[in-house]
Design a protein around this ligand. Structure first.
Ligand code: CMC
Length: 431
């Protein structure tokens, strides 16, 4: 009977150690006992960028990158995309179970109560330059929410924590809409709790002040946006979830932790990629120019944005769903001319040895921007939409981390590569 353990022989000392294997992992702390002598700190692992290190135990999202599988709390993303709504999915991701009808109604009712933000938050947004990036505005205003709620630091009190969860989910769309309207020079629109979560967001963005009594969202576009939000709700331990957990592990309040997570998302290698995809498609300009562009990518001049993923070594299941959903949107909005370039890019890349051998497939960001653009969003809003949807995942990851008895303040080790001790040299003696 094979034992669930690993025998390690340290060739420096000839000693052998046995460390347990559980869930396909060994504990890095079990290596600390491996020493060459009393002064030795003990063996560590070196894993820049967490390429092969599990930082937590999590029951939220499952990904099999080789098979292209994504599940939230056990439910396949394809089923949630077909049958669920973003609000229901957010409930599932955060609470672990699909809500009953009564729980869902209550959830929707409570959230609608929190759409509104304090009047003077508008002054923060007003302070931004007219061309400020909306992600910069969102990061700052979500962080600013921390200063409004005295119970925001009471993170181990379940009642207070639930308040912050509702406030975050309720107010992030409002802040996102404020950022959008500020960049357009438009007056801010108050939320309309009679609309759905996504319908209300659309109204805050696009309601024509003074000209429209009530905004009626187009049901096809409302559903498409809701679907995109479902697909973006969580994605296990990515860069921004890791930021949320790391900042939250110091017991900072959830608003500043979400601000940190949103800042991580802002980068072009993470959520900023959807914006870069559109810039890239515009730069390519036509189908004929695709082979030349691919050649430049292969020469290492640039990356093909919206392609490749740390975990997926197969077609990203979210990209597949978005690609199919694009048609229903384009039926309403008219097609996006950049779609032809994107399809040609995908066709050539998926048959090219460079991309095939590296298992580089379209990721979630490859097609989402085309839909957002067709709906009328400027490219600078794309990452904001990602952040809005991902807020549910960040909250779930944060709460799971807080309640996990094994978690402590996140504090990695380093391999020190600097100077050994040096004597201080006064400035007049330095060469
Ligand atoms: N275009 C061209 N080559 C690529 C690409 C790409 N998009 N992505 C990876 N490669 C190559 C890379 O040059 C390397 O080649 P080699 O082995 O010859 O050096 C190999 O593939 C492995 O790349 P890596 O950088 O080690 O992979 P990673 O896991 O560190 O990076 C990634 C993952 C997503 C950062 C990367 O694929 C990338 O930069 N993609 C473009 C940006 C993008 O679309 N990001 C969105 C990710 S999905 C949404 C999200 O998580 O926010």
């Amino acid at each position: 009977m094979p034992k669930d353990s690993l025998s390690i022989t340290d060739n420096r000392t000839g000693k052998t150690y046995e460390v347990p294997i559980a869930d396909g992992t060994i504990r890095a702390m079990d290596l600390r006992q491996i020493k060459t002598g009393a002064d030795d700190f003990g063996l560590m692992t070196y894993d820049p960028a967490f390429m092969n290190t599990a930082s937590c135990r999590s029951a939220i999202t499952f990904i099999d990158g080789d098979k292209g599988i994504l599940r939230y709390r056990g439910y396949p993303i394809e089923e949630l995309a077909a049958h669920s709504t973003y609000l229901e999915t957010a409930y599932l991701v955060i609470n672990g179970e699909l809500p009953t009808k009564a729980q869902l109604d209550e959830w929707q009712f409570q959230l609608a109560d929190h759409y509104i933000v304090h009047e003077n938050l508008k002054k923060f947004v007003d302070g931004f330059h007219y061309n400020a990036h909306p992600m910069g505005m969102l990061v700052s205003t979500v962080g600013a929410l921390s200063t409004y709620y005295e119970d925001s630091k009471d993170i181990f009190n379940p009642v207070a924590r639930q308040h912050q969860i509702l406030r975050l989910l309720g107010k992030v769309p409002t802040l996102a809409a404020y950022a959008y309207r500020h960049s357009r020079g438009l007056p801010y629109e108050y939320p309309d709790p009679r609309l759905s979560y996504v319908g209300n967001f659309m109204a805050m963005l696009w309601k024509r002040t003074g000209a429209e009594e009530r905004y009626a969202p187009n049901p096809v576009l409302e559903r498409a946006l809701d679907l995109l939000f479902i697909l973006h709700a969580d994605h296990e331990q990515n860069c921004s979830a890791n930021a949320m957990r790391a900042v939250g592990s110091s017991h900072a309040d959830p608003y500043v932790s979400v601000a940190a997570a949103a800042a991580a998302l802002y980068g072009p290698l993470h959520g900023g990629a959807n914006e870069e995809v559109l810039k890239m498609l515009r730069e390519i300009g036509s189908k004929d120019a695709v082979p030349g562009y691919i050649k430049r990518v292969k020469q290492g001049e640039m990356r093909l944005m919206g392609f490749g993923h740390r975990v997926y070594k197969n077609y990203d299941p979210r990209a597949k769903i978005i690609r199919e959903a694009a048609h229903s949107v384009f039926n309403v909005t008219g097609t996006n001319p950049l779609l032809d370039i994107a399809l040609e890019l995908e066709r050539i890349a998926l048959s090219d040895e460079y991309f095939v051998s590296r298992k580089l497939y379209p990721n979630v960001d490859f097609y989402s921007g085309l839909i957002y653009e067709a709906m009328g969003f400027p490219t600078s809003m794309f990452t904001v939409l990602f952040a809005l949807a991902r807020t549910a995942g960040w909250i779930a990851q944060w709460q799971e981390m807080l309640l996990d008895k094994e978690q402590k303040i996140a504090r990695p080790r380093q391999i020190f590569t600097g100077h050994a001790t040096r004597a201080y040299v006064p400035v007049d003696k330095r060469k």
